[in-house]
Design a protein around this ligand. Structure first.
Ligand SMILES: Nc1ncnc2c1ncn2[C@@H]1O[C@H](COP(=O)(O)OP(=O)(O)OP(=O)(O)O)[C@@H](O)[C@H]1O
Ligand SMILES: [Mg+2]
Length: 372
C-alpha cells in the first residue's frame, strides 16, 4: 500500500539528512503511527507520500506505483486525490466559510457545482458538523476546526489519510473525540492511516503498528502492543519508561526506594504469579500501582511492586528471577534521578539501567527454572 524503500531526504546546507535510509511497509487498512522526538524527520518522511517532499534518494511506492518518479501535473493530481492530509494547526482558510473550506478540495479535483452542493453537507454530517456550513473558522473550537479539516481531507474519497500531529493542539477530551471520529471514519471509508504523534495515549488507542524515529532513522518497528509491552530499541525503552514514570505519583518514589514494574506476558495475563512468589520464597510483595489496559483488544497488565521482608540480596535476585519467568520485569529508576536526567539528554541511560536489571533477572530466571 505505502512502501518506503531506503528513503533519504537531505536538505541543502544541512550537515545530516532529515530522513536517513528509511524502509517501511504500511499495509492496506493499517493505522500506522510514527513516533519520535522533535526534528527526527517524521513530517519530512510522511510528506514524501504525497510528494510535498521529494526524496533525495530511495523510492516511495503507493499502490505499487513509484511516487517519486511522477513528473506530470496530471499524475501528481491523481496521486494527491488518493491521499488526504490533516495537520496540527488545521490549515483552514480563515476568510472562507466551513462550506467553502470543504468545497476547496472538490473544486481542485474538478467537481461540478451540483456535486459540490450535494457532497459538502454529507461530509459535514460525517464529521458531526451539520448546520455549520456558513460559519467561518475563527468562530470554531479547535476540535471543530479539525473536524472541518477532516471533512476537507476526505472530500475526494482518498484511500490514504496522512495525519501530522492532528491531535497535538487539542485538549485531552477533544483529542479523544477526534481519535474516536478517525477510528469510525477509517472503518467506514476503508482508509489506510499514517499518523505522526508524540501523544502516547493516542498511539495506544489508534495505531495497530508503530515506527519510532530518531535522528532521521527508524530505530524500531513493532505492533503497538509489542511496543508498549516490550520496546526493543534503547530509545523506545526510554520513551515507554518515561511515559510510565509520568503516570506514577511522586509520593510513591519517596516511600519506596526500589520499585519494579512487571508486565504480564500475554498468556499469563491473569496468573497469580505474585502469590506464587510470596508463597515460594516467604517474602512480601507489595503491589503499589498498576492496571490492565487493552491495546488492540489484547490485555496488557502492568503492576508496580516492591519486595519487602526479604533477608538477603541473593534471595531478592531469586524472587526477581522467578517473576521474570512469566512477566517482563524492569527495575524502575526515580524520574528525577541522575539516570533519568541523562536519558533526557538522549543517552538512553535510563533504559540501559532498566534493561540491565531485567536482563539480570531474566538470566537468573533461566537458572532458577533449570533448578526447578
Ligand atoms: N525545508 C527544510 N529545509 C531545511 N531543513 C528542513 C526543512 N524541513 C525540515 N528540515 C529539517 O529537517 C529535520 C527534520 O524535520 P521534521 O520537520 O521532519 O521533523 P519532525 O520529526 O517532524 O519534528 P517535529 O516533531 O518537531 O514536528 C529538522 O532538523 C528540520 O530542521
Ligand atoms: Mg513534524
Amino acid at each position: 500500500m505505502i512502501e518506503f524503500h531506503d528513503v533519504t531526504v537531505h536538505f541543502a546546507g544541512q550537515p545530516a539528512p532529515a530522513v536517513d535510509r528509511v524502509s517501511l511497509a504500511i499495509e492496506r487498512g493499517d493505522c500506522f503511527g510514527i513516533l519520535g522526538q522533535s526534528g527526527a524527520g517524521k513530517s519530512t518522511l510522511v510528506r514524501t507520500v504525497n510528494l510535498l517532499q521529494v526524496p533525495t534518494c530511495g523510492h516511495v511506492m503507493v499502490h505499487g506505483h513509484k511516487v517519486d518518479g511522477i513528473l506530470s501535473a496530471a499524475a501528481l493530481r491523481s496521486l494527491r486525490l488518493k491521499v488526504g492530509m490533516i495537520f496540527q494547526h488545521f490549515n483552514l482558510i480563515k476568510n472562507a466559510t466551513v462550506f467553502d473550506n470543504v468545497a476547496f478540495n472538490l473544486k481542485a479535483s474538478g467537481a461540478d457545482r451540483t456535486t459540490i452542493a450535494a457532497k459538502v453537507p454529507q461530509l459535514l454530517d460525517a464529521v458531526g458538523l451539520s448546520g455549520k456550513e456558513a460559519v467561518y473558522p475563527p468562530a470554531l473550537s479547535g476540535g471543530q476546526k479539525q473536524r472541518v479539516a477532516i471533512a476537507r481531507a476526505l472530500a475526494n474519497d482518498p484511500e490514504i489519510l496522512l495525519c501530522d500531529e492532528a491531535t497535538s493542539a487539542l485538549d485531552p477530551d477533544t483529542t479523544a473525540e477526534i481519535v474516536a471520529l478517525l477510528q469510525q471514519l477509517k472503518e467506514e471509508h476503508h482508509l489506510t492511516v499514517l499518523f505522526i504523534t508524540h501523544q502516547m495515549e493516542v498511539a495506544k488507542k489508534l495505531f495497530n503498528k508503530v515506527a519510532l524515529m530518531q535522528r532521521g532513522r527508524v530505530v524500531e518497528t513493532a505492533s503497538t502492543y509489542d511496543f508498549f509491552a516490550r520496546p526493543q530499541s534503547a530509545y523506545g525503552q526510554q520513551l515507554v519508561a518515561q511515559y510510565q514514570h509520568d503516570l506514577l505519583p511522586d509520593e510513591l518514589w519517596r516511600s519506596e526506594p526500589e520499585l519494579f514494574e512487571i508486565i504480564y506476558k500475554l498468556d499469563h495475563a491473569f496468573d497469580s504469579v505474585i502469590a506464587a512468589a510470596m508463597h515460594r520464597f516467604d517474602v512480601d510483595i507489595n503491589i503499589l500501582g498498576g492496571r490492565v489496559e487493552y491495546i488492540g483488544g489484547k490485555p496488557l497488565g502492568r503492576l508496580i511492586i516492591s519486595i519487602a521482608r526479604c533477608p538477603s540480596a541473593a534471595l531478592k535476585q531469586e524472587v526477581l528471577a522467578f517473576l521474570a519467568q512469566s512477566t517482563y520485569l524492569t527495575a524502575l529508576t526515580p524520574p528525577h534521578s541522575a539516570a533519568v536526567g541523562a536519558a533526557d539528554a538522549g543517552t538512553g541511560a535510563d533504559a540501559a539501567v532498566a534493561g540491565t536489571a531485567a536482563d539480570n533477572a531474566a538470566g537468573a530466571g533461566a537458572e532458577a527454572s533449570s533448578e526447578a
